[in-house]
Each structure stands twice: as structure tokens, then as C-alpha cells.
Design a binder for this molecule. Structure first.
Ligand SMILES: Cc1cc2nc3c(=O)[nH]c(=O)nc-3n(C[C@H](O)[C@H](O)[C@H](O)COP(=O)(O)O)c2cc1C
Length: 268
């Protein structure tokens, strides 16, 4: 079927609302809806995202917009759309890149180092921490501790001791990610567990329309010692990362870093 859509941008997310009830039109009463789409002669596959009121939208990442030759927004675009089984590429066609909200957030996550200085509420903070705790951990040992500060003086004090943490100046808060080396005795796993939690929180931050930057914390550095001191950390907690979080004062294009030359199928 054919319809006309507006491709619009909201924060880092570019989407087009479908002007019809896709469940009814495609006779898919429940579950995910995948569609084969075409705009201006360019075919692509999309997972439809529910938006309430029996309405669905299509998300566009940077690579897809580039393929479609669309910069920013486009109104009154002719869309051909048919239902399609998930992951099913027509014979002879390269696998399509599937789109959904989560994949959009993963691409949209960028290191934001300029903040307005505006406030970020506790709802957002708790949501971000929850995402961190939901990360995988080796042997499900969950060695995580999160140290939060909204204290401007403390943020500036930490900033002075972190050569690559200047963005703390206007951050709304910071979250230091610490690992309990007694609970997780293997240093490699401690690092991996903290990394997974840090990335989960960065994705949550992006999904909320906020900005965040991962500040590296190397053992033995002044920054490492400053975090230990700022939060009075006990000796068995090893700070691994510090997140600066705030209202973004810069906008960055989503990542599109797929590198086919670095994908090794079956053998190197
Ligand atoms: C382990 C690690 C340590 C990092 N440390 C810092 C840091 O100290 N300061 C900083 O500004 N960015 C830091 N970054 C962010 C990287 O510079 C950033 O991810 C990279 O430039 C790619 O940009 P993007 O995040 O916008 O995709 C760190 C990232 C990682 C994964």
C-alpha cells in the first residue's frame, strides 16, 4: 500500500508516523510488525514502533537517511509499505538492516562534553541507575556500586583532578562506577562488569534526551585517588569509570561505524 508521511526529528530520533492502523491494515493482531518499505525507489526494512492509539512509526538512522538522500526532515514523502516476516531477505538481496527504537538509541549515543548547566531531576537519575544495575555481570556476582554527586563544589574539585573530565564543569551530576573486588575477585571480570553497567547507563541517558560522557579512571592516577577521596571509598571498592551527566549543549550526529573489513566470518 502507499501513504504519505512526514519524516520529523525529535532530539536525536528521526521518525515518521504512519497515518493508518498497521495492525488492522496488515492483519497482525499481536507481536512485532516488520515491514518492507520503499521511499523514492530505495527499499528498506523496518520494525514498526508502537506509539499508542493504534498508531505506529518508522525510525530512521543516519545510514538510512543517507541512503534515502534526506537531510534533517522531509514532509509529504510517498511511502510504499507492506508487511514482511522478520529477518526475511528476498532472494539475491543483501540482508536489510533492521530498525527499532533500541537500535536508534545505540546509534544516537555520543560522548557529550558540553552541558547547559540546567538541572536533571531525580526521576531521570533513578532511571539511569536502574539501567546500570540491570547490566550483565560475570557469574551474576553483581559487584557494582554507584557513587552519585550533585555537589557543584565536588564536581569542580573532581574536574580539576581529571585531565579529561572538563565537561564536569556544567554537568548536573556525576556517577562514579565502582566494583567490589571482594565480591568479584577477577580483575578482568570486574572491569567488564563495570563497563557493561557504564554503557547501559549511557544508553539510558541518551534515551532520556540527556547527554553523558564516560570519563576513564585508570588505577593509580590522581583522578582515581580523587574519586576514592571524594566519596570516601572503602579499600575494596575500585572506581572504574565516572559518568558526567547533564542537559546537552551540543548535538552530535548518530554513529554509523559498521566496518565490514573487521567482520570475520568463521575464520580471520
Ligand atoms: C574506557 C573509556 C574511557 C574514556 N575516557 C574518556 C575521558 O576520560 N574523557 C572523555 O572526554 N571521553 C572519554 N571517553 C569517551 C571516548 O573518547 C569516546 O567514546 C570516543 O571518542 C568516541 O566518541 P563517541 O562516544 O561520541 O562515539 C572514554 C571512553 C571509554 C570507552
Amino acid at each position: 500500500m502507499e501513504c504519505t508521511v512526514d519524516i520529523v526529528k525529535s532530539g536525536n530520533i528521526v521518525s515518521a508516523m504512519l497515518p493508518f492502523d498497521a495492525r488492522e491494515a496488515f492483519q497482525i493482531p499481536r507481536g512485532s510488525i516488520y515491514a518492507q518499505c520503499e521511499i523514492g525507489g530505495t527499499a528498506f526494512q523496518a520494525k514498526l514502533i508502537a506509539r499508542g492509539n493504534n498508531r505506529h512509526c518508522i525510525l530512521f538512522n543516519r545510514a538510512l537517511l543517507k541512503r534515502l538522500g534526506i537531510e534533517g526532515e522531509a514532509r509529504g514523502v510517498l511511502l510504499r509499505i507492506e508487511p514482511r516476516a522478520a529477518g526475511e531477505a528476498p532472494p539475491g538481496e543483501a540482508p536489510a538492516v533492521l530498525e527499532n527504537e533500541t537500535l536508534g538509541v545505540i546509534a544516537a549515543r555520543r560522548s557529550i562534553r558540553a552541558f547547559t548547566g540546567g538541572p536533571v531531576g531525580d526521576d531521570a537519575l533513578e532511571t539511569i541507575l536502574r539501567a546500570g544495575f540491570n547490566a550483565p555481570s560475570a557469574s551474576a556476582k553483581r559487584p557494582l556500586h554507584f557513587m552519585v554527586s550533585r555537589d557543584r563544589a565536588k564536581l569542580l574539585w573532581l574536574m580539576e583532578r581529571g585531565p579529561y573530565a572538563k565537561m564536569l564543569k556544567n554537568a548536573a551530576f556525576c556517577i562514579a562506577v565502582g566494583g567490589d573486588r571482594v565480591i568479584q575477585g577477577m580483575p578482568e571480570w570486574l572491569l567488564a562488569d563495570c563497563g557493561a553497567a557504564t554503557q547501559n547507563m549511557l544508553l539510558a541517558i541518551t534515551s532520556l534526551g540527556l547527554g553523558g560522557c564516560w570519563c576513564g579512571v585508570r588505577q593509580g592516577t590522581d583522578f582515581y585517588k580523587a574519586i576514592e577521596e571524594a566519596f570516601s571509598l572503602p579499600g575494596h571498592i575500585r572506581p572504574m569509570a565516572l559518568l558526567a551527566v547533564g542537559v546537552p549543549a551540543e548535538e552530535k550526529a548518530p554513529n554509523d561505524l559498521y566496518d565490514a573489513a573487521r567482520v570475520h566470518r568463521e575464520v580471520w
